[in-house]
Ligand binder design. Structure first.
Ligand code: ADP
Ligand code: MG
Length: 221
């Protein structure tokens, strides 16, 4: 069995006729830290959404640890998002009325974990991203970089083995961006979590183990 993520001839055609992905076959080992690059419109977000079970392919397959994802099984897809894959977005997407701790703990509500346990797990993860003393802050009381750290902690809360980050530093200055890469890298090293990170910036891609480039929906390297 191959651990990690594989895709086999993944193709996505939208209803308007756009082919966003064309026969994408790639393999990302468990624990790898990989950059996904390519021009705007090359299919990066489409690939991330399909890998994370937010969208389904027109044809082809995705395998997690050798197990084929069944895109018709909605329950299983929800499970995938809850327990295997975490997302980080450019816009942070924190819930504005919840504190940092509550934002991280929130996904655990759906696992029916008791409150104490939820808060303990969330605090552990906030500590991991360097925000132990910010648990009771609301998002608007945090800097962009701090908000993105909260989002990293939240992405890990279901014990995700894979984190998909779609331009996570697109709204951050270069110093803060480098810090966010360092936080993701520490999580990768300490917990063996796989990261696939979309980035426009070459120097950020250089933090990664390797780079996958998409062009017009195809893998070029
Ligand atoms: N929901 C959609 N419906 C139709 N076309 C889409 C949709 N989402 C993306 N596309 C198109 O698919 C292509 C790839 O888009 P996307 O994956 O967002 O690229 P990237 O993230 O690399 O900028 C683009 O041509 C885009 O316009
Ligand atoms: Mg995109």
């Amino acid at each position: 069995m191959t651990m990690g993520i594989q895709t086999e001839s993944l193709t996505k055609q939208f209803a308007n006729g756009v082919t966003a992905l064309a026969n994408v076959s790639l393999s990302i080992g468990q624990g790898e830290f990989v950059a996904l690059v390519g021009r705007s419109g090359s299919g990066k977000s489409t690939l991330m959404n399909i890998l994370g079970g937010l969208d389904h392919p027109t044809s082809g397959s995705v395998l997690f640890d050798g197990i084929r994802v069944d895109y018709h099984d909605r329950k299983r897809l929800i499970d995938l998002r809850r327990t295997q894959v975490g997302f980080i977005f450019q816009q942070f997407n924190l819930l504005p009325g919840l504190t940092a701790l509550e934002n991280v703990a929130y996904p655990l509500l759906f696992n029916y974990a008791p409150r104490d346990e939820r808060n303990r797990t969330a605090m552990h993860l906030l500590t991991l991203v360097g925000l132990a003393d910010r648990g009771d802050h609301l998002p608007h009381q945090l800097s962009g970089g701090e908000q993105q750290r909260v989002a990293i902690a939240r992405a890990l809360v279901g014990n995700s083995r894979v984190v998909l980050a779609d331009e996570p530093t697109g709204n951050l200055d270069s110093k803060t961006s480098a810090e966010i890469y360092q936080v993701m890298r520490e999580v990768n090293r300490e917990k063996g979590v796989t990261f696939l990170i979309v980035t426009h910036e070459r120097d950020l891609a250089s933090y990664c183990d390797r780079t996958i480039e998409l062009r017009d929906g195809k893998v070029v390297s």
